[in-house]
Design a protein around this ligand. Structure first.
Ligand SMILES: [Zn+2]
Length: 295
């Protein structure tokens, strides 16, 4: 396994800051990075999109938030292509921070949670057609073959098959990033400290053995995270971790709580374009803030 440098050190170098203590010191101050133009150039802050399932069955895409119809997905890729976006991985971003590669003009992250079989069967061929890659967050427990965590929650999703090891390996070999989505998709905020750490650490070991390379990225089930969980994720050796509706509005401020833009079944192509062009995360953040102030 290659020894790689922690990207936080690159954040530090970039900012000229002397962060030294614990994980909190890595949580960067927004004001310091904004408009930074070191020899490294302007810091790029890609948007991070979140998908779950891509389906070809219209009854599913009508019913469930998490099921996007393949035709809509196709339109979205077409638009990304037309607007010159290039999907990148967190590994690309790490290499960029290490000044080993340049990022494309308009980088973006396409992330898929849970590792559904339809990500492999339907999304992958289309992404290939456009020469695009994505980040796929899969479970460490390789005995789990379907989304059993959704059982009994019929309104949320239908039972769906997950990718097997060979399919995950194929994506990995094709330049897709395989990230970790815990061992068994438990709500980390409800676990004891030790159980929580095991849910985070064990799958890293399992997936790294499967892939033969380091697993650096993580996504929190249900997007649920707190400071204690972030410390565990950092201690387990991950460098990037994705939430959903929490975390700083701009990418890179807190690499352990990366806010994502959810692409849902009813996201029209105009809505998708708006999410790309306007500071959508900021508007969403304002909206959530408004809601929580009212409660
Ligand atoms: Zn999930």
């Amino acid at each position: 396994m290659n020894k790689t440098t922690n990207p936080y050190n690159s954040f530090k170098t970039l900012l000229g800051e002397n962060h030294s203590n614990g994980v909190d010191s890595y949580l960067l101050d927004n004001s310091k990075i904004q408009g930074d133009s070191s020899s490294f150039g302007i810091v790029k802050r890609p948007k991070v999109l979140m998908y779950h399932r891509i389906v070809d069955d219209k009854s599913l895409s009508k019913k469930y938030d998490t099921c996007l119809h393949i035709d809509e997905f196709h339109r979205q890729l077409e638009l990304l292509d037309r607007l010159n976006y290039t999907p990148i991985t967190f590994e690309d971003y790490r290499l960029y921070l290490e000044k080993k590669i340049q990022l494309p003009q308009k980088p973006i992250f396409l992330t898929f949670d849970d590792g559904y079989l339809d990500t492999y069967k339907l999304a992958y061929p289309l992404l290939q057609e456009y020469g695009m890659k994505a980040v796929i967050f899969v479970l460490g427990d390789r005995k789990v073959k379907t989304n059993i965590w959704d059982l009994g929650q019929a309104k949320i999703a239908e039972q769906a098959e997950l990718m097997n090891d060979e399919q995950i390996l194929e994506l990995h070999e094709d330049g897709f990033e395989i990230g970790c989505h815990t061992l068994s998709h438990l709500d980390l905020t409800q676990l004891s400290s030790e159980a929580c750490f095991q849910e985070i650490k064990k799958p890293k070991i399992i997936l790294e053995a499967l892939l033969g390379s380091r697993v650096n990225s993580f996504s929190y089930p249900y997007g649920l995270v707190n400071e204690e969980i972030k410390r565990k994720v950092y201690r387990a050796g991950y460098w990037f971790a994705c939430s959903v509706f929490s975390g700083p509005v701009q990418f890179g401020i807190d690499p352990l709580e990366i806010r994502r833009i959810a692409i849902k079944n009813n996201t029209s192509v105009a809505g998708f374009a708006a999410r790309l062009i306007i500071p959508y995360e900021y508007l969403e953040w304002m909206w959530w803030k408004g809601i929580s102030n009212k409660n």
